[in-house]
Write a protein that binds this ligand. Structure first.
Ligand code: NAD
Ligand code: LMR
Length: 330
């Protein structure tokens, strides 16, 4: 028997990530092959023609699961009764910029969108903020949505997790599925901390398999921290298909039970975190889901002095970002 429809909104519908993400969601890659979907696509009024074109292409794919498409530029209308919100719509950075340089332009988008989610979305909505700088934008949005539990909001560090998985698998000459327990701690920025201390390869500690601490500290970590900038330098535009792929993985991990004793990375509200991080940030932690859309932070991971020092640096950057947007927080 067919299930009730799930409503999924995608902001930045006329942008490059959406051009990949919309088709993947419509194909069932996010909610599976039995879940009928309504797709809501929000972008600025000026992008109305592009949204119409996107709708035409989605229609022409005849995706069996895609039962309805709404397009528009009014957030409250597009957020109406949605169960999942991919908040992608925001300016991307260009060459030579840090993601936090976008705060002045992008931060205010998340004030309005937090309010609109609060007013119109289903109360059990799960939200993934992709638009950069995603941690602090997510913090802004959740503070403007008091009727939605803060643990329903996520900022995307899944692309960093995927990048780290690839680099470790390549170095160890194993399949990517052999890499597990990978945490990205902190900010989705050049201070993020890809954790090689607690990650595993074929169930063994990474350092046992890749017996090269220098490479892990001095090459692996910077490679992941700078991967987004490298893509921009080469493509002239920021990552898009890999970002869409990560967005699907990120919210899917929230909705399905985390397999075995593994975990995944997500930027979540730091209140009551067991790692001594400031209580009012969106910080990326190791997370587990029981499959109902709520995640828990995995406690008791060993943080050696090197990792702890890096975590402090990422926390400091997030505190600075929060200071920069004080006037956007209620
Ligand atoms: P893009 O410029 O191609 O598209 C952005 C779209 O957002 C545009 O169509 C624009 O009109 C729209 N937009 C702007 N303001 C909006 C608003 N208030 N409401 C709705 N739509 C609005 O950019 P893109 O490449 O799709 O990237 C989008 C964002 O995602 C950027 O901020 C980028 O830095 C970020 N990003 C994050 C990650 C991550 O890992 N967290 C990865 C890749 C990109
Ligand atoms: C990425 O990590 O690819 C995105 O955050 C885009 C960027 O600005 O690097």
């Amino acid at each position: 028997m067919s299930q009730p429809i799930k409503r999924v909104v995608l902001t930045g519908g006329a942008g490059q990530i959406a051009y990949s993400l919309a088709f993947r969601i419509a194909n069932g890659d996010f909610l599976g092959p039995d879940q009928p979907i309504a797709l809501h696509l929000l972008d600025l009024e000026i992008s109305g023609q592009v949204l119409k074109g996107l709708k035409m292409e989605l229609d022409d794919c005849v995706f069996p699961l895609l039962k309805e498409i709404k397009i528009g530029h009014v957030a409250e209308e597009m957020f109406g009764d949605v169960h999942y919100a991919f908040l992608v719509g925001a300016k991307p950075r260009g060459p030579g910029m840090e993601r936090k340089d976008l705060l002045a332009d992008n931060g205010k988008i998340f004030v309005e969108q937090g309010k609109a989610l609060n007013a119109a979305a289903s109360k059990d909505v799960r939200v993934l903020v992709v638009g950069n700088p995603c941690n602090t934008n997510c913090l802004i949005a959740m503070h403007h949505a008091p009727n939605i539990a803060r643990n329903q909001f996520h900022a995307m560090t899944r692309l960093d997790q995927n990048r780290a998985t690839f680099q470790l698998a390549k170095k160890a000459n194993v399949d990517t599925k052999d890499v597990s327990h990978l945490t990205i701690w902190g900010n989705h920025s050049s201070t993020q901390v890809p954790d090689f201390v607690n990650a595993k390869i074929k169930g063994q500690r990474v350092e046992k398999v890749i017996n090269d601490r220098k490479w892990l500290e001095n090459e692996f970590i910077p490679t992941i921290q700078k991967r987004g900038a490298q893509v921009i330098a080469l493509r002239g535009k920021s990552s898009a298909a890999s970002a869409a792929n990560a967005a699907i993985g990120a919210l899917k991990s929230v909705t399905i039970a985390t397999p075995n004793d593994d975990w995944f990375s997500s930027g979540i509200y730091s209140e009551n975190n067991p790692y001594g991080i400031d209580q009012d940030l969106v910080f990326s932690f190791p997370c587990r889901s029981k499959g109902k859309g709520d995640v828990e932070i995995v406690p008791n991971l060993h943080l050696d002095p090197f990792l702890r020092d890096r975590l402090e640096t990422s926390q400091k950057e997030l505190l600075e970002e929060r200071d920069l947007v004080r006037d956007l927080l209620p």
